[in-house]
Design a protein around this ligand. Structure first.
Ligand code: NAG
Ligand code: NAG
Ligand code: NAG
Ligand code: NAG
Ligand code: NAG
Ligand code: NAG
Ligand code: NAG
Length: 702
């Protein structure tokens, strides 16, 4: 007759003696009654049980705020004010059975029952909570008309304390309600038909060392409660412990007869209520059994608690979150900074008028990549106006030399860039090709063909470099002459180089001379007056009239060329500060030796006797010829090329016609070291004669 009903987890397969069915017929009722009487002793063993380790698929009736989350957590209330929530086992349970002792008396007993559940109360603030949770045995599923707050969803003002309620509850109360004589705001109480507990006790538990510890019901941590009622001895035990701890000795232990409360069938469940504090009350697992010990919950199967309220966060949240937030902020700040930095790093100046020069315009980023970020390692040298870096263009893999020229003003830039672009069109085997340019704030970058063997002056003056033989030197001289002739006469515009000197003569892979750095010289059209206001060049190569008139013209280039070829032949700088007074100026010395018929005494001692005397004499005499103080006394570059190629004999030189010497070099001693002159630091030390026209253009002065 009696059956064992086992329900576990999601499974719900309870079968009951159906009282409704019994009411179908008096006969059936009578039979049942008789059977119940006969089997009264046996009926004490009636077992209804269920175990929910999480409530997914559970046989519960919910009302109010109560809900079961997708994770299987039973949320009796969520964070909504002044609300209640109920969850009741859906099927009625028989708690009463007729006592066997005196069947005629009709005396009835209450079945023993046992329940255990895991709950958590998650308050928004550590020391403030909603009202609590109650385990309830009630005559109805849900408690219609009950109030939230201090009524715990169990009663209302009119029925509270009325014995007609037939409500038994174990309250886990987290608010001290004076009207119901609550002992504190953290107690367990036994309620019969009302909220004034028949017994209550502050929540404590015995820790591992046997000491009594306060246990906060609304700590936000899960706790387990055991409620056991002994129907025979009419005794109720309530135990409570933090989840994971074994069942402790009863916290509340009391003799209690539940018979007056119980009806024939009752419903078991939970009730919970919020007040003005937004509290979540949840139940993680529940096991119940009539007439026996409730099955243990499997704690590892219980659902996880939802995230805590703002103040009840774990150390990870309280420390980790700000740290993560700070890290995120820093990362994004650095990210933005680096983007801005990158943008700024590669920022260029590009004006509308430059759009026509597209092919000549390089991206700064490409030049930056090409030179490994203008690394010191890639520095080829520091020349007039700026530093030169070696680089390999990322896309074309072409080797280039990038010259960085500082400039402050944008004035005159348009003309200057126009010149650069125009110069970029110059093509001659003895000229370094200007590939293009790039403009940045305060900076101009000129991109040249890369010359693997560097500049000529190294070979002439650096004792650690191989000595160039005469054949190489003569070829270099003719190459430079050819380049200057091209600039002066063969191209559509007259290009004055303005800074012919050995450090501006570069050597390609085959040791061909390539005249460079003319990107910084000025151009003027055929026939028009040359610029008169600015002087470019290097002391020792400057024609004397330049200091007076400031007029650069092809003949001033010829003068510089003269100084240059004497330099190559004699292996000496045009002005050697360490030499004796009379040897100070190279051209003076050559002239003096020449006038004594001993011009070959001036030949670079490093050459020894390994040179063609005729060529040497030609070069030395041509050097003197080009060094004529009177511009009209100098040959043109066309003539120079003809002399060098032997197409034209050098005219007879006379001491008078040469007009060499007596040149007064204006300038300080520091100015003598031409190749060490670097812009802008040495600019102030340079003589007025060597002020660069290009610098003037760059700085906007015209
Ligand atoms: C609380 O639950 C109720 C009913 O399920 C729902 O309408 C409400 O949005 C929930 N509130 C919060 C804050 O989750
Ligand atoms: C109080 O509760 C009872 C039973 O749940 C109900 O019948 C009654 O109407 C309620 N009274 C009020 C005032 O809500
Ligand atoms: C209890 O409730 C019943 C009806 O619900 C009512 O008649 C009775 O007066 C109430 N008793 C008390 C003490 O409130
Ligand atoms: C426990 O709580 C009581 C009352 O709130 C307090 O007096 C006592 O000091 C607490 N004990 C501990 C160990 O915190
Ligand atoms: C209640 O607790 C007492 C003391 O631990 C124990 O002797 C008794 O058997 C318990 N009763 C039930 C029903 O658990
Ligand atoms: C509890 O559940 C886990 C995982 O589902 C299972 O491995 C374990 O055997 C269970 N323990 C008991 C006592 O049933
Ligand atoms: C000039 O450069 C070429 C190619 O880089 C190299 O093979 C040669 O040795 C260099 N000559 C001198 C004298 O450095």
């Amino acid at each position: 007759m009696e059956s064992k009903h086992q329900e576990n987890g999601m499974m719900s397969s309870q079968r009951f003696e159906n009282p409704e069915a019994a009411m179908f017929s008096v006969f059936k009722l009578t039979v049942l009654f008789l059977i119940a009487r006969i089997g009264s002793v046996a009926s004490q063993g009636e077992q209804v049980s269920f175990t929910y380790n999480g409530f997914t698929g559970s046989n519960l009736k919910l009302d109010g705020l109560a809900q079961i989350t997708s994770k299987g957590l039973l949320l009796l209330t969520n964070t909504t004010r002044q609300q209640k929530g109920h969850a009741f086992y859906n099927d009625p349970i028989h708690f009463l059975y007729p006592s066997s002792s005196s069947s005629s008396s009709g005396a009835t007993s209450v079945f023993s029952f046992s329940t255990t559940f895991v709950f958590a109360i998650i308050p928004p603030y550590p020391d403030l909570s909603g009202h609590g949770i109650a385990f309830v045995i009630a005559p109805t599923k849900g408690l219609p008309g009950a109030l939230p707050s201090q009524y715990l969803g169990l009663f209302n003002e009119s029925n509270v304390g009325n014995s007609t309620n037939h409500v038994f509850a174990v309250e886990l109360d987290t608010i001290q309600s004076k009207e119901f004589n609550d002992i504190n705001d953290n107690h367990v109480g036994i309620d019969i038909n009302g909220l004034t507990s028949v017994a209550s006790i502050p929540v404590t538990y015995l820790d591992k060392n046997g000491r009594s510890e306060n246990l906060s019901l609304f700590s936000g941590h899960a706790m387990q409660v055991w409620v056991n009622y002994d129907g025979v001895h009419k005794y109720l035990n309530v135990s409570i412990a933090p989840i994971g701890d074994p069942k402790p000795a009863p916290l509340l232990s009391r003799s209690l007869d539940l018979f007056p409360v119980m009806k024939e069938t009752m419903f078991v469940g939970f009730s919970s209520a919020t007040g003005s504090v937004l509290t979540s009350h949840c139940v993680l697992g529940w096991s119940f059994k009539v007439n026996g010990q409730a099955e243990d919950l499997n704690l590892s199967q219980l659902p996880k608690l939802p995230k805590r309220g703002p103040k009840k966060r774990s150390p990870l949240m309280t420390i980790g979150l700000p740290v993560i937030a700070v890290v995120l902020v820093l990362v994004s700040v650095f990210g933005i900074q680096s983007i801005v930095k990158r943008k700024r790093k590669f920022a260029e100046v590009l004006e509308e008028w430059e759009l026509d020069y597209g092919p000549h315009r390089f991206k700064y980023k490409d030049l930056y990549m090409a030179t490994n970020g203008f690394k010191q390692k890639e520095l080829l040298g520091i020349g007039g106006f700026g530093r030169v870096y070696r680089g390999v263009l990322p896309s074309s893999k072409i080797e280039v030399a990038v010259k960085k020229v500082s400039h402050e003003s944008r004035q005159g830039m348009k003309e200057f860039v126009a010149e650069i672009v125009s110069i970029g069109q110059l093509r001659h085997r003895n000229l370094v090709t200007l590939l293009g340019y790039c403009r940045r704030k305060g900076e101009l970058l000129l991109v040249y063909e890369f010359m693997p063997n560097g500049s000529l002056d190294k070979y002439l003056f650096d004792p650690f470099m191989p000595v160039l033989d005469w054949v190489q030197r003569f070829r270099i001289i003719r190459g430079v002459a050819s380049a200057l002739f091209y600039l002066h006469e063969e191209w559509e515009q007259v290009v004055i180089h303005r800074d012919v000197k050995s450090s501006n003569v570069l050597l390609d892979g085959e040791m061909n001379a390539r005249l460079g750095d003319f990107g910084l010289a000025r151009l003027y059209d055929h026939g028009s007056d040359p610029q008169t206001t600015h002087i470019v060049g290097t002391l020792g190569y400057l024609a004397p009239e330049l200091s007076r008139t400031g007029k650069a013209n092809p003949s001033t280039d010829v003068f510089a060329f003269g100084a240059f070829i004497l330099e190559v032949a004699c292996g000496r700088r045009p002005i050697e500060p360490i030499a004796s007074a009379e040897d100070l100026v190279l051209v003076d010395r050559v002239f003096s030796c020449w006038s004594r018929g001993m011009v070959l005494d001036t030949v670079d001692p490093k050459l020894g006797i390994n040179y063609a005397a005729k060529e040497m004499e030609l070069v030395l005499e041509l050097g003197l010829l080009c060094s004529n103080c009177i511009p009209t006394g100098r040959p043109t570059m066309r003539q120079v090329v003809q002399y060098l190629e032997g197409e034209l004999p050098l005219p007879e030189l006379s001491t008078l016609s040469l007009n060499v010497g007596g040149v007064t070099y204006v300038g300080s001693d520091q100015g003598f070291d031409d190749f060490a002159m670097s812009y802008p630091s040495s600019l102030g030390k340079r003589s007025t004669q060597s002020t660069s026209v290009s610098e003037s253009i760059l700085s906007g002065g015209r």
